[in-house]
Design a protein around this ligand. Structure first.
Ligand SMILES: *Cc1c(COP(=O)(O)O)cnc(C)c1O
Length: 313
């Protein structure tokens, strides 16, 4: 894959401190998956890698996938397919989608064909009959589910831990945000070391994430006892959703602006910004233990900030 030459892998790990000294007694590290590639950022690359290899191994020249109007996954797929000589089709949620929003503009510039569908139809995205219909319309393609949430995506995410195991050797706690929970499930599936995991929900009512993790692990690894043990090592953090997925508040914007100004690290508003805000708040509440070694997974996604006009990042 010629694209591989442009990727910063393994992604770097760096020490992190909050600029005002909050949590100074805790050893924070950040795994900078946001630096893997400017556009194929973070966990989206991890989840696409084996899917694209698989498409090529099957000699398919078109990849079709699904996403919302500001989807990091669509952006990553569009950019990753192009240099591989793969055509990409993005089935987008909502017929009202503004095809000129920054993400939609960008993916089309990368050669992705955009196909908006109604929200009702979008719910059928895993339905066999619906997918058959897409084949009738677009011909033969390799299907990547929304968010790259399949076995290959899960397997790719194991590399967050396995590409440089020594980074995780002394880690007590891993912090990761979740959407489909494929990324965090991959981290668990890597099955290295005994760190605990905090799973941060960007959704209101994110308790379902535990079942999602269980589904991913059972589907891929089907040893019930092992899955149970892994699930017990996960704690959900549910209270920092800021009103729900895609919802933001001025204090969140202010917080990520502050972090960017003081540390130079950009955080997205949908996932990592909410997670880091939560970590900061949990520090103040004495949630973490002094001397704990904590790895924060930065899953990238900063491209999505362009969709919020009041954010300067
Ligand atoms: C998609 C995405 C996630 C969610 O990853 P899952 O594997 O679906 O849980 C987290 N962070 C960012 C920046 C994302 O774009």
């Amino acid at each position: 894959m010629n694209l591989l030459n442009q990727l910063q892998l393994p992604s770097p790990v760096q020490k992190f401190e909050f600029p005002d000294g909050v949590g100074a007694e805790i050893n924070f590290f950040i795994k900078r998956d946001d630096l893997i590639h400017p556009h194929i950022s973070g966990n989206k690359w991890r989840k696409l890698k084996l899917n694209l290899l698989n498409a090529q191994a099957k000699k398919l020249d078109t990849v079709l996938t699904f996403g919302g109007a500001f989807s990091n996954h669509l952006a990553a797929t569009a950019v990753a397919c192009h240099p591989q000589g793969l055509k990409s089709i993005g089935v987008v949620r909502g017929e009202e989608v503004d095809l000129n929003n920054p993400t939609m503009k960008f993916v089309q510039e990368c050669g992705m064909e955009i196909f908006p569908i109604s929200r009702e139809d979008y719910k059928l995205k895993t339905d066999e009959g619906f997918i058959q219909g897409l084949h009738e319309q677009f011909g033969i393609f390799y299907l990547v589910p929304e968010g790259g949430a399949n076995f290959y995506g899960l397997t790719g995410c194991q590399e967050i831990v396995t590409e440089n195991p020594e980074d995780f050797e002394k880690i007590d706690l891993v912090c990761c945000s979740a959407g489909t929970a494929t990324t965090i499930s991959g981290i668990l599936a890597a099955d290295l070391f005994n760190f605990k995991t905090l799973c941060f929900s960007p959704f209101k009512g994110g308790a379902f994430l535990k079942q999602e993790i269980e589904k991913h692990l059972l589907f891929g690894y089907w040893d019930k006892e092992w899955v149970e043990e892994k699930l017990n090592s996960v704690e959900l953090i549910l209270d920092y959703h800021f009103g729900g997925f895609g919802k933001i508040k001025p204090e969140l914007i202010k917080f990520i602006d502050w972090i960017y100004t003081e540390t130079g690290i950009r955080f997205d508003l949908l996932y990592n910004g909410k997670m880091l805000f939560a970590i900061y708040d949990l520090c103040k509440r004495g949630f973490f233990k002094s001397g704990q070694n904590i790895m924060i997974i930065h899953t990238g996604g900063v491209q999505g900030n362009a969709g919020f006009s009041n954010v300067k990042l």
